[in-house]
Design a protein around this ligand. Sequence first.
Ligand code: ZN
Ligand code: FE
Length: 251
Amino acid sequence: MLEISFIPAFKDNYIWLLTRAGRAAVVDPGDAAPVLAHLAASGLVLDSILVTHHHADHQGGIDALCQHWHPRVYGPAAESITGCTDPLSGGESIEVLGQSMAVLAVPGHTRGHLAYVLPGAVFCGDTLFGAGCGRLFEGTPEQMYASLSRLAALPDETKIYCAHEYTEANLRFAQAIEPGNPAIAERVSRVADLRRRGLSSVPSTLAEEKATNPFLRCREPAVIAAAQAIVAVDRSEPAIFAALRSARNNF
Ligand code: ZN
Ligand code: FE
């Protein structure tokens, strides 16, 4: 089995670290320094880098890591990724540290955004967050909604390894949309407690996101009503999603 942990970076980024038998892979190394320090301290060899999308806080450390190591670098073919050895567009299966991973295309935040799926876990970058989702920088609401639906089709127990600690702020919006949802209230107090103790709220599970994340709840009557109270839209799921996403931008 792969072991999964994180290396914190910047203000709220998580660089996910996968290890097996002294070898390591990192997901979205936006900064090399904390990764190099961690690898040196734990005597790990860097085998692979997985990149979900091209933003600097996800790939800014690749260059420096490749000066110390010679990892395979997996990333979206449609985007400019430093040192990419294995350009991917979704639908592939790759083998990392002896574990096969499925590559999913999840465009919306960026146009080539990828998610890496292994049994029971997904590394989804800036697509799905704890109680929220990424901003639409390069894609349409329809694309992002389809991408979130692709993630939502994974098994309920799948752990959601997203790239940022945004859960607390996202939950405030979730609660404004669905004030009567007890699962959101429960998550608000659980996450507040974790954060107060300096602990991470990530990973969550897909089941938890389906119960509390408004962007995965565009079919729920309460969410539809809240979205339609903000802006007059039809009841189609992408339209509800688009209304929620733009409301979140101004929240
Ligand atoms: Zn991003
Ligand atoms: Fe990011």
